[in-house]
Design a protein around this ligand. Structure first.
Ligand code: ARG
Length: 567
């Protein structure tokens, strides 16, 4: 039963107004004292030519109370509806049992494609904490759109082409050797890359040499390309190790180099559309009219640039995927870059320019002294993951030394804590890395949510059942206490939250709702003696526990966390 629909139907009958004009205005009051649903009459004042307060009063008298409503009340211009508690609980639980894994899913996105460009680290440079945010936010959005029935394409737009490779080749030839690179992978590559920059400050000829190597790469020079490929493979090996630990996969790894043979046609197109002008030898699209600096398309030596590759990629993606939205998850400091080339796409006459969406996020700063003292080095993602897992392991040793599979669980909880913390606030907010906070089992954290899930699992285990089908008769209408009603309420709101998270591209809406479910459940658990209850009531309570277990697990999966069954 869809309560909003039932209420709209009753209001529609009493007012003679089409149900479709009512449905969208039924509200869920934030304050429980104002009922479970409310219908504001302001909008009807014009049509009915009466004061909204009067309309509310008259309508309320005429409305035939739907069977699930226990009370109707008028407060000013609002008609408030109170849902009968036991009918509500029964309704939610029956619905969850019926839908199972599909409870949080919807098919609103059926037939539509969402492209998400995320993670996108740069080859031959370390995967640093800044890339973590893009990776976990992008992955959560991927899962959220997926749950709404969209066809989602996850793209890792690897930074695998550009001047940095020319520099790296020069650096390798001058200060590198095969053994060291084979031994230290990316660490060695970034060491010689840093050295290049130090030396190039003193000797500008190095930059020219680097550009020369990039031109060679572009011309297909064998030595240049084989070095490039070698650096690429070394980097991918490291990136994949991190993705595996985060449990993340991409549908496409078409990075910047993928567009090498596609850019000439795009540059021609920009030129044919009369958008290209010359400025100090470079080819640009002038954006002064839009209050932005010019978008650089070709360097004076003919080399392409980051925006050239993004423009080509967007056109390619549109042709390939016919996307509804193409989302770019990057740090806020790339705002201008995206605004500029989105504008170029618009000026090229593509009406889908408004489907390109930049989803920016704030900075990560390292609160933990230990990490920030490594001066001169970028903080490696892996060091952070390892540190969190190690700390989790210590907590487990202390709290639950006999736990089975300790290492696996420490990995799931330690990494989960970092992901959860990252997704707990609006993405634009800066994140301060604070392991103490992230790993607090009593805070609003990943470990707290995972622990609540494990607790639900343990109740079910102790009751010697596994699933709804093991419960026999369930009569949830026997349940009407506030704590139980509240659990059902938050469970019932979950799909709406997932939808809202997608509309705003804000995973934190899901993350916070998981915490709401956990809190409601912990209160329910403290107030209801599940093990000592009997018969249909016990079954109904266990059904609520199962519903919570399944929904926390599904929620954690959405944002990229595992849900261990014991902790
Ligand atoms: N490689 C870039 C960086 O590390 C991010 C790429 C984002 N995606 C894009 N299509 N521009 O800053």
């Amino acid at each position: 039963m869809d309560f909003i629909y039932g209420i709209s139907e009753a209001v529609s009958k009493a007012s003679d107004i089409d149900i479709n004009d009512i449905k969208d205005y039924v509200e869920i009051p934030a304050n429980k004292e104002m009922g479970d649903y409310a219908f504001p009459c302001f909008r009807l004042a014009k049509v009915m030519k009466k004061a909204p307060q009067l309309i509310a009063k008259e309508l309320a008298e005429k409305i035939e109370k739907p069977y699930f409503v226990s009370k109707i009340e008028v407060v000013n211009a609002y008609i408030n509806f109170y849902v009968d508690k036991s009918i509500f609980v029964n309704n939610v639980i029956t619905n969850i049992i019926k839908k199972g894994d599909n409870f949080i899913k919807s098919d609103i996105g059926k037939g539509k494609t969402i492209v998400i460009d995320y993670s996108s680290p740069n080859i031959a440079k370390p995967f640093h904490v800044g890339h973590l945010r893009s990776t976990v936010i992008g992955n959560a959005l991927y899962n959220i759109y997926n749950a709404l029935g969209y066809n989602v394409v996850g793209i890792n737009h690897l930074g695998d082409w550009g001047t940095q490779f020319g520099k790296l080749i020069v650096a390798y030839k001058m200060w590198g050797n095969k053994e060291a690179v084979e031994r230290d992978d990316i660490k060695e590559l970034s060491r010689i890359y840093v050295k290049f920059h130090e030396e190039a400050e003193k000797n500008t000829a190095l930059d020219d040499e680097a550009r020369g190597w990039l031109v060679k790469m572009q011309e297909g020079d064998e030595e240049a390309l084989s070095l490039w490929k070698w650096f690429y493979d070394i980097s991918m090996k490291e990136f994949n190790r991190i993705y595996d630990r985060l449990g993340i996969k991409f549908d496409s790894y078409a990075g910047e180099s993928f567009y090498n043979d596609k850019m000439a046609a795009v540059v021609d197109e920009i030129r044919e559309k009369n958008l290209l002008t010359e400025s100090r030898g470079a080819q640009i699209v002038d954006l002064e009219r839009y209050n932005m600096p010019p978008c650089l398309i070709l360097r004076s030596d003919g080399g392409t640039l980051y925006p050239t590759r993004d423009i080509s990629a967007a056109i390619y993606r549109m042709n390939t995927y016919n996307f509804e939205k193409c989302i770019y998850v990057t740090a806020l400091d790339q705002n201008l870059h995206f605004a500029q080339w989105f504008k170029v796409i618009e000026l090229m006459g593509y009406d889908w320019a408004d489907r390109l969406i930049h989803v920016p996020f704030g900075l990560v700063s390292l609160g933990d002294g230990k990490l920030s003292t490594r001066k001169g080095h970028v903080v490696l993602m892996e060091d952070i993951l390892n540190m969190s897992v190690e700390k989790t392991k210590n907590i487990i040793e202390e709290k639950n030394p006999n736990l089975e599979n300790k290492d696996k669980i420490a990995e799931d909880v330690g990494i989960g804590a970092i992901i959860f913390d990252d997704l707990y606030n609006s993405r634009i907010k800066n994140v301060v890395f604070d392991m103490e906070r992230m790993l607090n089992f009593d805070g609003e954290t990943g470990p707290y949510a995972q622990y609540t899930h494990a607790r639900a699992c343990s109740i079910i285990r102790k009751a010697n059942v596994k699933d709804y089908s093991d419960l026999g008769s369930i009569d949830a209408s026997l349940i009407s206490d506030d704590a139980s009603v509240n659990v059902c309420k938050v469970l019932n709101e979950f799909t709406g939250k997932i939808q809202e998270a997608a509309d705003k591209n804000e995973p934190y809406i899901v993350t916070r709702h998981i915490i709401e479910i956990c809190k409601a459940f912990n209160k329910f658990y403290n107030e209801n003696n599940i093990m000592n209850s009997e018969g249909a009531v016990r079954n109904a309570r266990l059904a609520i526990v199962m519903a919570v277990r399944d929904n926390i697990k599904a929620g954690l999966k959405l944002i990229g966390l595992k849900a261990p069954e014991a902790m």
